[in-house]
Structures are given as C-alpha cells and as structure tokens.
Design a protein around this ligand. Structure first.
Ligand code: 5RP
Length: 308
C-alpha cells in the first residue's frame, strides 16, 4: 500500500501481498505449483518464510577470491547457519561433501572474467542434464539489464527457465551490475527485478538499496538481498540487512561480508539472528560483539582458529 503521508510503500510480510492462494499461504505452498517445485522452494525458503543463502560462486569470474581460496575450508564452520549454498559445479564437485549437504543453488551462467572486455557477456555454462545429475535444488543466473548484453543475458534466463520448469527446478535470477556499482538504486533494481520475474525467475536476488520497498513491491516473486563488496563496518551490514527484511525481502545471499570478516562465524550467526530470529540490527551487532569476544578468548584471528 502506498502511504500518502510519508510517500512510502508499506510492505506487509511477503505472503500477504501476493496475488493467489489466500493471504497467509507461504509462497512455496501455492496451488499453481507442482509438488517438485514446491518441495525444492521449501528447502530454500524455510517455514518462517525466510532464507539465508551462502554464496561461494565468486571464483567463476574473479578467480581465487580473498578468503575463498579453499572454499571447502571457508564454508565448513559456516554451513550450520545457512539454508543453501550458491556454488558452481566445479567447486561443488571439488569442495562440497555430497553426504548430508545443504540444498544447492547451482550457478549456471558465466564465461567471462574480471580481465575480459565485459562481465555482462555471459552465456549458460551448465546443461539441464548436469543440473539434474548434480541434484541441484535450484539454479542461479545473472542478468545485466541496461548493458550491451541485456538481450543475451535475458534470453539466457528465459532459456534456463524453459529447461528447468520442465523438471520443477526453480531459477533464481541475479540482477548483476558488473563493475557499475552506481546502478544500485531503487529505480534500476525494481526494473531489473521485475523483468527477471516476468521472464519466469522463481526467486530474484538483487542488491539492497535505499527505498528497498519500491523493489519488493513491484516484484511478484520473493526477493533475496545480495551483499556486494565488503562494507566498512559490521554495523553497516546489520543495518542494511535489517532494513531490507523490514521492507519486503525474504532473505539474504551474503558472501564477502561474511567470509572476508575476521570473525565469519560470529557474522553468520548474528545475520542468522536477523533473518530467522527477528533480531534488530542493534541486537545482531551486540550478538556479533559477544561472539567475537568469545572467539578472542580462544586466542584466534578467525573465530578462534589459530592462523597457520
Ligand atoms: C557473485 C554473486 C554472489 O552470489 C553475490 O554477489 C553475493 O555475494 P557477495 O555478498 O559477496 O556480493 O552472484 O557473482
């Protein structure tokens, strides 16, 4: 609803402003979805309607990103606090234990690097056979709205939706901005998110921005916040995550601000508190400092683990 007094959209809890299936029906219980699609979405978006994904896909265009040189080691202490991993097939096979694994969101776009001419010039990297073979719970793909490769990246999305819908596999669209970080405003992100949903994405991952309610209000599927480069302070991270959740996001897909922090487990647990424990930004910050203190008591630099 648009509030004339303050000029803002008030965004009710996610399920309440969605068009079908009754006011409080969770997204993944919708009658217009087949069992497989509902089942996979319910593995990602938890019964409280919220989700916390851990992305470790950065190497697909950045190479051995700082603190992600050995992805298997990075994720090991963080896994208990995430709902799913966002990862390429290469790192999945090399570094993730298939026994008792968290649900997998498989990154299926790529083909560019930070050294190349244009990060937006992506193609689909992974076939539907491979997606099925790896038992992915969902797939993720970037779109570059407004770039020279807008059409190609949107057609990548449409093509993978066509393939995945046949098998009940949800597609998460990532509204990427390449190196143009200034594009992260509500007008642009609302446009990109809506286009992603129109082309069939079941979940949209986009950046947090001021007036985030404008992004979620115009997007008919769940919106998950991405992180972006590491923030200067932890407090900033908790504040944007809390604000996004208050303004209609269903969850978070946060990488560098977790695993590049000197206290990644404390970060992960405090963010988990906002997503699944209804903590405020201040409460999460207090929890982070408490957990960080406990880790320091164990004489460590990365959550109590002594540097080798
Ligand atoms: C990289 C991605 C990442 O999943 C996304 O950017 C989230 O990671 P971070 O919080 O580090 O930005 O899509 O291509």
């Amino acid at each position: 609803m648009y509030n004339k007094k303050n000029g803002r959209f008030s965004v009710p809890p996610f399920a309440a402003h969605k068009p079908s299936g009754g006011a409080n029906e969770p997204y993944f219980r919708r009658k217009n979805m087949d069992w497989g699609m509902k089942n996979r979405l319910s593995q990602l978006i938890q019964p409280d309607g919220r989700c916390f994904f851990l992305p470790i896909d950065h190497g697909y265009f950045q190479g051995p990103t700082s603190c992600l040189e050995k992805p298997g080691e990075t994720i090991q202490p963080l896994l208990p606090y995430c709902d799913a991993l966002f990862v390429t097939r290469g790192v999945l096979r090399a570094a993730v234990d298939p026994v008792g694994s968290k649900p997998i969101i498989l990154r299926v776009s790529g083909g560019t690097s930070v050294l190349g001419a244009d990060l937006a010039n992506e193609v689909l990297t992974t076939s539907i056979d491979e997606i099925l073979r790896l038992n992915a719970t969902a797939v993720g793909i970037s779109i570059f709205v407004g770039s020279d490769y807008e059409r190609e990246s949107l057609m990548n999305l449409a093509d993978i939706v066509n393939d995945c819908e046949d098998f009940g596999i949800p597609v998460m669209a990532v509204t990427a901005v390449g190196k143009e970080l200034e594009k992260r405003d509500a007008r642009y992100l609302a446009l990109a998110s809506r286009i992603a949903a129109e082309l069939g994405a079941r979940v949209v991952k986009t950046y947090w921005c001021k007036n985030f309610d404008k992004v979620t209000y115009g997007c008919p599927v769940p919106v998950v916040m991405a992180g972006g480069p590491k923030c200067e302070t932890e407090k900033e991270v908790f504040e944007f995550v809390y604000d996004g959740m208050q303004n209609g996001a269903v969850g978070l897909n946060l990488g560098r601000n977790v695993w590049q922090n000197p206290h990644p487990v404390a970060m992960m647990r405090a963010l988990h508190g906002i997503i699944h424990g209804n903590l405020t930004a201040k409460e999460a910050w207090d929890l982070f400092r408490e957990l960080k203190g406990e880790a320091a008591d164990h004489k460590g630099t990365r959550d109590g683990k002594r540097k080798k």
